[in-house]
Design a protein around this ligand. Structure first.
Ligand code: KG4
Ligand code: ZN
Length: 383
């Protein structure tokens, strides 16, 4: 029963459990290989990641099946369609990932599945699949927080130590966080209304661009004039590190309505102006976030941008500018590790497993699961 870490260890956080696990693990840690399963939204994914002796991760297999085609007629994710699509494909994806990694379930050292936050139907599919494999193969199971996986994937490169400042921006979440350790997060700012990715998606829908909106708006913005429409930058200059997107969204809609019917050029200019406003807003909010980080935590080892929105080139450039000014290194994971994927779940599983933070078969699906429990009650109920 080498892996029977008491459930209490999980609750106590990394400190005690970590010491316990390290003593138990010995040299074993050097070869840790974990299967990661992701099904919280509209991507079904399975990956195998190995912990290298130098502390970096190596992705042995990374299978992702996007459901974009199934959802795009509706302009957004339909939960029932998502859950059904996950259940139809997850077994095949796991088999493919294991085959590509050249492994059988019994060769694994752990099985990680995203247990939330996300759409409950999808979360259940991945969670049950992960538990089933772990149980059948007699391996430790890790119930991973999807947001924690986004937050930790920057460490897969092996070159980033705690603590660091994180902008986590996806379709469902927009937060500035102090990442102090595995399972140890301070939320410094959050959105008061829409997530940034959600705003990109809504603007795209309004302008007749395809779903998901982020990449479509970014592509259209490339040919546009960012100065044509003077759009607001909500929260700019405020002393808290919070975001608000709804005023910008409304202003973009009103600007579009005032010149309808829209030409391709109009759409490009609207996208460019919207994206420029988001970029300005992010730079301003990050400046405040870093100030709060220094007050509450101290020196940061770096800045990370993660989540689907981090795939945006203009936002990555803005983050690079911000980091250059702040004199801090920027760690921006490659695009395929920014959008939802299985490798980030496997890596978060490794980060937890090496600290002994394993779960038992009673680990619940958690459609809502904030990283910072102290900040659970946000202004509008969104994380
Ligand atoms: O992290 P993710 O794959 O799924 C969630 O956990 O939400 O993020 C998806 C979100 C979508 O809202 C999508 O429009 C946005 O990330 N996104 C982008 C870009 N690529 C994806 N937003 C802006 N620019 C992009 N290039
Ligand atoms: Zn995500």
């Amino acid at each position: 029963m080498r892996w029977a870490v008491p459930r209490q260890a999980y609750r106590d956080g990394p400190g005690r459990a970590g010491a316990f696990a390290r003593a138990e693990l010995g040299n074993f840690e050097a070869a840790m290989r974990v299967l990661g399963i992701e099904t919280t939204c509209d991507e079904t994914a399975a990956a195998v990641v190995r912990l290298r002796p130098d502390g970096a991760g190596e992705i042995l297999a990374d299978e992702v099946m996007s459901q974009i085609a199934a959802h795009s007629p509706y302009g957004g994710v339909v939960p029932e369609i998502a859950a059904r699509a996950h259940v139809e494909i997850i077994d095949q994806l796991v088999v493919r990932a294991l085959r590509r990694a050249g492994m059988r379930p019994r060769d694994l050292d752990g099985v990680a599945a995203a247990a939330g936050p996300g759409l409950i139907g999808g979360v259940l599919v991945g969670l049950m699949t992960g538990k089933g494999i772990a149980l059948a193969a007699g391996k430790p199971f890790l119930a991973v927080n999807h947001l924690e996986a986004h937050a930790l994937v920057a460490r897969l490169s092996g070159r980033l130590a705690f603590p660091y400042l994180l902008l986590l921006a996806s379709g469902g979440h927009t937060q500035i966080l102090a990442v102090k350790g595995v399972g140890d997060y301070d939320r410094l700012g959050t959105t008061m209304d829409d997530a940034i990715g959600e705003a990109f998606d809504k603007i795209a829908k309004m302008l007749g661009l395809p779903y998901p909106g982020g990449p479509a708006v970014e592509a259209a913005a490339r040919d546009g004039d960012p100065a044509r429409f003077q759009l607001p930058r909500p929260m700019f200059g405020r002393p808290s590190a919070d975001f608000s997107l709804s005023g910008l969204k409304t202003a973009t809609r009103l600007a579009a309505q005032s010149i309808a019917p829209l030409t391709r050029r109009d759409v490009a200019d609207l996208c460019a102006s919207f994206q420029a406003a988001v970029v300005d807003m992010i730079e301003d909010r990050m400046r405040v976030g870093l100030r709060l980080f220094r007050q509450r935590v101290g020196l940061a080892h770096g800045v990370v941008v993660a989540g689907g929105v981090a795939a945006n080139g203009a936002i990555r450039e803005a983050m690079a500018r911000f980091c250059a000014q702040a004199g801090l290194p920027l760690v921006a994971p490659p695009q395929n590790l920014c959008t939802d994927n299985g490798a980030m779940i496997a890596w978060a599983g490794i980060e937890r497993l090496r600290r002994g933070l394993v779960d038992d078969m009673a680990a619940p699906a958690r459609p809502r699961w904030p990283l910072d429990p102290k900040a659970e009650r946000s202004l509008n109920g969104k994380a």
